[in-house]
Design a protein around this ligand. Structure first.
Ligand SMILES: Nc1nc2c(c(=O)[nH]1)N[C@H]1C(S)=C(S)[C@@H](COP(=O)(O)OP(=O)(O)OC[C@H]3O[C@@H](n4cnc5c(N)ncnc54)[C@H](O)[C@@H]3O)O[C@H]1N2
Ligand code: MOO
Length: 339
């Protein structure tokens, strides 16, 4: 804090409210603590008898809350993020393109552990569309030391990007639908239309769907021939559980694919399998994916399309929040499932 002649105060920050009293008129703050003095304020300040002011000077090593919020948001954000102007010291971050919200949670926790830094976000790993509010950030006091800002920016740099929206790739999806009852026409296929709609919504395309009976060789051949024909994402439906006819996990293994996980701590989706045939994700989708509005499919597929190579650890980490409450009216994604 220092005293400064009002003529030289442009750009500095008032340390306290400045009161204006008009006889018979009123009394109230003409300028608030934290106000950044502008050229046009000078006559008004002189009119209320303020020839000198107590101000924070950025040169003294202090940063105003608006500048701090701008700096925090810029330091944390990667691609796909738009910023609001600071309002009451807070900058709001929104999605500027469609994609998967990715947040380095360890970095975020470190950032918020710095006294007086506040950075709050929605849950990560959600598919977000442009305009969706993702985060808000500010510092708690009106001004903070420059050294604090530098510490915060260093944490952001170490965890860069701390928050970003990764675009989803346009996958060419091959679907293999198992089940003798569908293969022999006893019942109508329900998986194909559902997967076409779900992949279409994510900006990908089901390029082919092959029907097979409950036989390992037939199913494995269908997977490998779809990949040979150019599919870069495979979904195998049905036959994922414990009946003698449930041969899909064995068929996926028979292709030589590397199995990351069979089973997931998610309901619906416990019988899910994730494997990779070279770089092509091969998913074993249990019957529940067809039945429920939200399932393991919605938790995993956007992440795969955003280019994440998921590990067993990523799958087991889904357990906390992995139980769908099966509400009367499904509100997913506005609920705790997968969060
Ligand atoms: N004793 C146990 N029973 C079940 C278990 C278990 O671990 N032990 N797991 C349950 C879970 S979890 C699921 S999910 C379901 C079904 O899993 P599957 O992937 O094996 O599904 P299917 O047996 O192939 O089919 C179940 C049901 O859905 C119909 N279906 C399958 N595909 C299609 C399709 N493309 N179009 C229309 N209908 C389809 C199928 O005819 C069956 O009626 O198992 C639990 N049970
Ligand atoms: O894979 Mo199953 O939900 O858990 O229905």
């Amino acid at each position: 804090m220092k005293t400064i002649a009002v003529e030289h105060a442009v750009g500095t920050v008032l340390c306290h409210d400045i009161t204006k009293i008009v006889p018979g008129g009123g009394k109230g703050p003409a300028f608030r603590r934290g106000h950044v003095v502008r050229e046009e304020d000078i006559p008004a300040l002189l009119d209320i008898g303020k020839a000198n002011l107590y101000v924070f000077d950025p040169a003294d090593g202090y940063v105003h809350e608006d500048t701090a919020a701008i700096r925090l948001s810029r330091a944390a954000a990667g691609q796909g993020i738009a910023f609001s102007e600071p309002q009451e010291g807070k900058v709001t971050l929104t999605a500027s393109h469609d994609g998967l919200l990715c947040i380095d949670v360890d970095g975020l926790t470190r950032l918020n552990d710095i006294q007086d830094v506040s950075f709050g976000t929605i849950h990560r790993h959600q598919r977000v569309k442009p305009g969706r509010v993702l985060a808000g950030t500010r510092v708690v006091p009106l001004v903070v030391p420059e050294a604090l800002m530098q510490e915060a920016e260093a944490v952001c740099a170490e965890h860069s990007p701390l928050i970003e929206v990764r675009p989803l790739r346009h996958a060419q999806v091959g679907v293999v639908t198992t089940g003798s009852e569908i293969f022999h026409g006893r019942i109508k296929d329900g998986f194909g239309p559902l997967l076409r709609a779900k992949f279409d919504d994510l900006g990908s395309e089901v390029v082919d769907q092959v029907f097979v009976s409950d036989m390992v060789g037939m199913t494995a051949d269908a997977i490998t021939s779809l990949v040979r024909q150019g599919a870069d994402f495979i979904a195998v439906t049905g036959g994922m559980s414990v009946d003698p006819d449930d041969q899909t996990p064995a068929a996926i293994r028979a292709t030589g694919a590397e199995v990351i996980s069979y089973g997931a701590p998610t309901y619906p989706g416990a019988m899910f399998m994730l494997a990779y045939l070279d770089d092509v994700p091969v998913l074993g989708l249990p019957g529940c994916v067809m039945y429920y509005k939200a399932s393991i499919f919605d938790l995993v597929v956007p992440r795969l399309l955003a280019g994440e190579r998921l590990t067993r650890r990523d799958i087991v980490a889904l357990g906390h929040g992995g139980l769908c409450e099966n509400c009367g009216t499904c509100r997913y994604p506005a609920c705790g499932f997968g969060k």
